[in-house]
Ligand binder design. Structure first.
Ligand code: GDP
Ligand code: MG
Length: 508
């Protein structure tokens, strides 16, 4: 913990013996409150690191996340399989999805795209939640960097809208947005504008865990609102990261339980991805054990309006730092929940290929839906041709009043779909302002003798090619495991034989 940053945590519990290690002979001088952010930055130059006398053991992290030698040897043998499958995925995209995408100009209606970044990037865990709930602390804890000068900054100050990418680098380095957005993985982010690039930061760190997974820490939504104005399209940026995340951890603590709005907005953007979301109730060590149930209950209360429309998220309570638990904390419970969380992270990391295939499949479904949308506008156009003199006028009338032509009939009945996935008449209005409706071919009209029908190809990718790619991947993994005498793994590449701890999760 860097000096003077403890302010958010009310009365640190009977402080577990702390060794006070001044980092330099002169401790930082107190400053006026002229500019809090500056003060924070400057103080950091000369931090005082308070190290707990007996931090909790990291053994659980090392073994579950597979940071030991055997695990690393095993992944050396399975990585080439993953690479080969991902190359095949790229080919399927090119031959079966891309043609329909180009014909109906999907790029002009959506931020979503499939490129090398979506296919080949390393695993990503996205951390969401209000500021000061312990996101950076948790990442430091996993990396084993707590109480070191290499640690990410932690403290009570809001990040003012900063998205931070924590990734592997052969030497430790701070990265700015310009540098990051030149990277093939993040090039697309330039589209969100310079205001966003200015709020994009990164840390390259030479840490074993980061060879397996990249972390992204997002700013809280309320934090953005407090900043007064939206400087960049926050939800679109957030969605970009959500779409690519192998796991999304939404962190709360007992002081932020009123953040219902935040949770609601986030859960809306996460619809359809519940299986890849975990909600963490952090700083549970600060809650008297007898209150813990009550606090979890109130988190449940905040979630309840959102339930019933989708699968309930899994919630873990604990204290996700190496700081020792208070003596009266339910340590067993916290440890078990943390182990379950670590298993989920390990699974997410190992499910990278599965998730990339799933991303491509979701993309294919959206492209197909878009093509069908354009086709239904076109069919309507063709049906009504002749009643009005000008084809331009007719197209315009349909585009302006799609409801009177029943184009969106049924769409509003779709439930359990994020509003980010629903076709929106407004968006189609803009789309058809740029592209003449009648310049598109119908789905039937886009078939050719030589290449067949793009719509059939995409349907085939969705229902056959992509699922088969996954089965092949699993077969190859099993074969490699057998022939190399590797520990047997389940479909997520998680070692079997050692039963995972019971999920003490509260299934809401
Ligand atoms: N008591 C307690 N404090 C924590 C815990 N996790 C984080 N903190 C403290 O909460 C403050 C904010 O943490 P930080 O990681 O910067 O939060 P972020 O803004 O979500 O990244 C810091 O002072 C941390 O030391 C925890 O499990 N228990
Ligand atoms: Mg932080």
């Amino acid at each position: 913990v860097a000096g003077g940053e403890e302010s958010d945590v009310p009365a640190l519990p009977a402080s577990p013996d702390v060794a006070h290690t001044p980092s330099s002979p002169s401790s930082p001088e107190p400053r006026d409150h002229q500019d809090e952010e500056d003060q924070y930055e400057e103080d950091y130059e000369d931090p005082i690191i308070l190290v707990p006398a007996s931090p909790r053991s990291r053994d659980q992290i090392e073994s579950i996340l597979g940071l030991d030698e055997t695990a690393r040897g095993a992944s050396k043998r399975t990585d080439p399989i993953a690479d080969a499958i991902l190359k095949d995925l790229k080919n399927i995209y090119g031959s079966s999805i891309k043609p329909l995408e180009s014909t109906y100009k999907y790029q002009d209606i959506s931020n979503r795209q499939i490129s090398d970044a979506e296919i080949f990037s390393p695993s990503m865990v996205l951390m969401l939640g209000p500021y000061s709930t312990g996101k950076s602390t948790f990442i430091n804890y996993l990396m084993g960097l707590e109480y070191t000068r290499r640690a990410l900054r932690t403290g009570a100050s809001p990040s003012h809208g900063v998205f931070r990418i924590i990734q592997y680098g052969s030497e430790d380095q701070e990265l700015d947005g310009t540098r990051l957005s030149a990277d093939w993985r993040y090039q697309f982010l330039q589209k969100f504008g310079q205001n966003f690039i200015d709020q994009l930061r990164g840390n390259a760190l030479d840490v074993p865990l980061l060879k397996k997974v990249t972390f992204v820490e997002a700013p809280g939504i309320l934090e953005m609102r407090r900043a007064g104005e939206r400087l960049y399209p926050f939800n679109d940026v957030l969605q970009w990261f959500i779409d690519r995340a192998d796991l999304v951890l939404v962190m709360f603590d007992y002081t932020k339980l009123d953040a219902g709005y935040e949770l609601e907005a986030v859960l809306d953007q996460l619809k359809g991805r519940e299986a890849q979301v975990r909600i963490l109730l952090n700083k549970a060590d600060q809650i008297p054990p007898e209150e813990l149930i009550k606090v979890q209950g109130s988190l449940f209360w905040n979630l309840s309006p959102l339930l019933g429309i989708s699968a309930p998220p899994i919630v873990y309570a604990g204290s996700f730092t190496s700081r020792p638990y208070r003596s009266n904390s339910p340590a067993q419970l916290f440890m078990a929940q943390e182990a379950a969380l670590l298993h989920d992270i390990a699974k997410a990391i190992n499910a990278r290929v599965d998730n990339r295939v799933a991303i491509a499949r979701r993309h294919a479904v959206r492209v197909r839906n878009h093509a069908q949308m354009v086709d239904s506008y076109l069919t309507t156009y063709n049906k009504n041709k002749g009643f009005l003199t000008s084809k331009h006028k007719l197209a315009e009338d349909i585009v302006e009043n799609p409801h009177s032509y029943n184009i969106y009939e049924g769409v509003s009945l779709l439930s359990n779909v994020s509003r980010y996935d629903l076709p929106d008449p407004e968006i189609y209005r803009d789309f058809f302002r740029v592209h003449n409706l009648y310049d598109f071919p119908t789905l039937k009209g886009s078939c050719s003798y030589l290449h067949g029908c793009p719509i059939d190809k995409i349907e085939n990718a969705i229902s056959t090619e992509l699922p088969e790619l996954l089965s092949r991947y699993r077969r190859l993994l099993t074969k490699a495991a057998v022939s190399n005498n590797l520990p047997q793994t389940d479909i997520h590449g998680v070692r079997t034989g050692v039963p995972p701890p019971p999920h003490h999760s509260k299934s809401l």
